[in-house]
Design a protein around this ligand. Sequence first.
Ligand SMILES: [Cu+2]
Length: 292
Amino acid sequence: MRVQRVVAVLAALTAIAAATAAGAEGPQPWQMDFRPAASPVMEEIREFNTLLGIIIIGTGLFVMGLMGWVIIRYNAKANPVPSTTTHNLVVEVIWTVVPILILVVIAIPSFRLLYFQDRVEDAEMTLKATGNQWYWTYEYPDYSLPGSPGEPLTFDAFMVEDDQLEAGQLRLLETDNHVVLPVDTDIRILVTAPPEGVIHAWAVPSFGIKVDAVPGRLNETWVRITEPGTYYGMCSELCGVLHGFMPITVDAVSRAEFDAWMEAQLEAWAGLGNEETIRLASDGATANGEAR
Ligand SMILES: [Cu+2]
């Protein structure tokens, strides 16, 4: 009986470890740390977080040690005749210069990281995410529908409701249509919201991305996904009643799988015909009270 339970626990742990190793991403029970990094930006964010942790813990220990020393060594009992010193040039220079140096040590990698995550020089492809109330619309501007140049592949991604979830799908994180992106590719990500909309934020923790979707403004960031797998994120700007129900699901696949997926998508869309496509798109928009 007990052996069985131990085996069951071990099997569960192995499954979790295997899922994590395979890049299958998502929150884990009792997770305390960031999710595993799946992009160079997130790796840098983790490193920066470690640096900050060392500085913060070091500063905290130093100040606590100093206070403990003062409390023990200079209390009224241990030190009945207090010193009347009021100024000490050396100490004052140290407590001014050392914090400045600490801030410089933080500022240099911080600014470097800000510019690193800002944009990529030569993006190989572009994904545009539009935050609607309350779902995401995705566009692949590099891939036009057959026969209608300038009409990019576009689809909406709504959250899968609790009663529609299939085995293995994560509650509040699964969308009906997944964003599919190739790994090892520099992808420019454009984020915006419709003019009559509100502010959302497109955030996928494993990519180190959290970009506001602002009405009338086109924000830019980028990702280079290092591991195939499914990655989850959610709107991270309080945007209204369904703010917690507009998740992001990204499938990262090999370049060949991506090309095959894209071909299948374009074929499916081409089969609908242009007028049909536009009608479907505008129907969807009306149903959700949104004009795009
Ligand atoms: Cu939102």
